[in-house]
Design a binder for this molecule. Structure first.
Ligand SMILES: *Cc1c(COP(=O)(O)O)cnc(C)c1O
Length: 392
């Protein structure tokens, strides 16, 4: 079949090989420990489910406005006003089928062929592929592990060309869990503003920050920063709503309108009753989120402790999200592996633990473990990793 160039440039998802193999093993009845999942292992809170159910029963099962129901747009607007003192009118907000869809529409609305987007490594797997589909060019800069995988303002500056349109910022980060400090962001914002580079701030893990650290959004730094930022967020991670497909973007009205126009000819509105669920998530009790955070902290601490006990693995303690991104290069060397892909494949084959090789995030020496799994599964999985690496 002669396929469009825009899809033939897509790299296949690197997680697929491992996930497909893990699923096949599970089907065969093998006891696989899956630590690859990129979603919370908690149920969607009950009051959210009830709100969606009620909406369905009340007949809210028809098309809505493409950008979302006014009540939800207002709830999102209120959130930014109350939490960050940022003002977004309804026309500056679009509700989308997940944060992923918001990012996709954003790059489609922003980029002309050849426009560049600076993407920090390690990156969330979809950023470069979305940029490519939109006929843009991802330009990579590497967040070094000794800087907690974070990029610096100097690196951004060095990567800027006349074609640069945007920089992706993802704090807390998937896959590293790192968060940027106010000072670090201030320097980055300054560089972006002086070169007219739009900041795409993916804040989907905003609520999953630990140890008393605060979330800092670049949009809050100044009027200019606000005008040059698009915030991406969604319900998937804070409210365990990955399957509901609820995300949103806030920013420049013209840009948001272009994103709405794209939606109007592709997906139309995001699912009507999911929007009522999202409304309940934002305006209802936040206790389930707090309970989930408490559990995540316990798991993170244990996982980091256990991983660092393995000879050949070193693991930073991240401040957010629900991932750790340990360095396994010494283990690989000791075991005679050239690539982390093969290492992860053999880990699955021999010890039945599924982790995501760092190559998919642009990092050849690391792997991602998600601690959105029970403590029992985490301990069992890491004991098996220890056996795989140390041979005992
Ligand atoms: C999960 C995730 C998203 C969006 O997920 P949706 O389910 O589409 O809302 C966006 N960015 C990052 C970094 C993520 O990990």
């Amino acid at each position: 079949m002669n396929l469009a160039k825009r899809v033939t440039v897509l790299a296949p998802s690197p997680t697929l090989v491992i996930t497909a193999k893990a699923n096949e093993l599970k089907r065969q009845g093998v006891d696989v420990v899956g630590l690859g999942a990129g979603e919370p292992d908690f149920n969607t809170p009950e009051h959210i489910i009830q709100a969606a159910e009620k909406a369905m029963r009340e007949g809210k099962t028809k098309y809505t406005a493409t950008a979302g129901i006014p009540e939800l747009l207002k709830a999102i607007s209120d959130k930014f006003q109350n939490e960050y003192n940022l003002t977004y009118t309804n026309k500056q907000i679009i509700v989308t089928n997940g944060g992923k869809h918001a990012l996709f529409n954003l790059f489609m609305a922003l980029l002309s062929p050849g426009d560049e987007v600076i993407v920090p490594i390690p990156y969330w797997v979809s950023y470069p592929e979305m940029v490519k589909v939109a006929e843009g060019v991802p330009v990579f800069i590497e967040g070094k592990e000794d800087n907690k995988f974070k990029i610096t303002a100097e690196q951004v500056k060095a990567a800027i060309t006349p074609r640069t349109r945007a920089l992706v910022i993802n704090s807390p980060s998937n896959p590293t869990g790192s968060i940027y400090s106010r000072q670090e962001l201030e320097a980055i914002v300054e560089v972006c503003l002086s070169h007219n580079v739009l900041m795409v701030s993916d804040e989907i893990y905003e609520k999953l920050i630990y140890d008393g650290h605060e979330h800092v959004s670049v949009a809050t730094f100044s009027k200019e920063a606000y005008e040059n930022t698009v915030i991406i967020n969604g319900m998937s991670k804070p409210y365990s709503m990955t399957g509901w497909r609820m995300g949103y973007a806030c920013g420049n009205q013209e840009l948001i309108q272009a994103m709405v126009d794209l939606s109007s000819h592709s997906t139309s509105n995001p699912t009507s009753f999911s929007q009522y669920g999202a409304l309940a998530a934002l305006t209802g009790p936040q206790e389930p989120l707090e309970a989930m955070k408490t559990e995540f902290v316990k798991r993170r601490d244990r996982v980091v402790e256990l991983l660092n006990e393995i000879d050949g693995i070193s693991c930073l303690k991240p401040e957010g999200a629900f991932y750790v991104f340990p360095n396994v290069s010494k283990a690989m060397e000791k075991q005679g592996y050239d690539t982390v892909d093969k290492w992860a494949e053999d880990l699955l084959e021999q010890e039945k633990v599924a982790v995501i090789p760092g190559s998919g995030f642009g990092a050849a020496n690391n792997m991602r473990i998600s601690y959105a799994a029970s403590m029992e599964q985490l301990e069992k999985g890491i004991a098996r990793i220890k056996k795989f690496v140390e041979g005992k």
